[in-house]
Design a protein around this ligand. Sequence first.
Ligand SMILES: NC(=O)c1ccc[n+]([C@@H]2O[C@H](COP(=O)([O-])OP(=O)(O)OC[C@H]3O[C@@H](n4cnc5c(N)ncnc54)[C@H](OP(=O)(O)O)[C@@H]3O)[C@@H](O)[C@H]2O)c1
Length: 264
Amino acid sequence: MRDRFGPTALVVGGSEGLGAAWAESLASSGLDLVLVARRADVLGAFADQLRRRHGVSVDAIAGDLREPDWLEDDTPSSLASRSDIGFVVVNAASSPAGPFVSTSLDALEETVHVNCLGALRVARALLPGMVERGKGGLVLMSSLAGMQGSPGLVAYSATKSYLRVLAEGLWHEVRPAGVEVIACVAGAVATPGYATSTSSRAPGTMAPEAVVKATLAAIGRTPVVVPGKFNYVASTVMSRAMPRRVAIEIMARANKAAGLLQQG
Ligand SMILES: NC(=O)c1ccc[n+]([C@@H]2O[C@H](COP(=O)([O-])OP(=O)(O)OC[C@H]3O[C@@H](n4cnc5c(N)ncnc54)[C@H](OP(=O)(O)O)[C@@H]3O)[C@@H](O)[C@H]2O)c1
């Protein structure tokens, strides 16, 4: 990993759930880490564990993907100017659930700010250096919810679609320079965030570590990965063999069963 991408990985949203699994996996392969998340205490405790377990250096930055000023803080060590950062995972997301018309405008706008603009700014800040160095990797966390409209998660699913398409275009643009981009289109993943949004367990639910492993195996081979056989088959059938209205209806039923249409 160090030779292929560079010595340090940045994980935005790297203190819990999938982000923690990314950090753990990257540290175990010998990469130093820069982790960003909003809650400094949770992040700091996790960073300590990683240093102890893997002997790597871990910078913990308390920051929000909504306002990623920590990327360019006008210091020579600002993240955007660090040439050691060769692998980036944009994992953090905002995901308000419930009917669109009863979700606050603030929450809906926050979803676009964090998921779309935040990811865009991270990519724009760090990809130029990777292209210049001729190596690097960028993972954007997308979702099966973004493969079609997703009632109960309307704004979130639209942002996850944006991230997949963003990754696809970037994949083609920067690949000739030796930089790999991939969208990880995850189905349900057993994370603390998922557990607080629903009490049910969707079919095909995966462990965060399995999602990370599948994505690392796929980067460099494809612009989009759907981890897990069940999720892959479901997304292929829903996106290629079904009329859109049927795929949307299936998502609506799944989200209703998960209690997501009743919230908000
Ligand atoms: N879990 C699933 O079932 C599932 C399915 C498909 C796709 N995904 C995608 O996978 C990614 C991770 O999901 P998850 O369930 O692990 O998420 P999560 O539990 O909600 O959050 C994961 C991490 O992101 C940080 N975070 C959240 N908002 C942030 C912000 N605005 N700025 C900086 N850090 C922030 C959290 O720490 P702080 O709260 O301290 O900031 C935490 O470290 C998301 O992009 C999600 O859309 C998840």
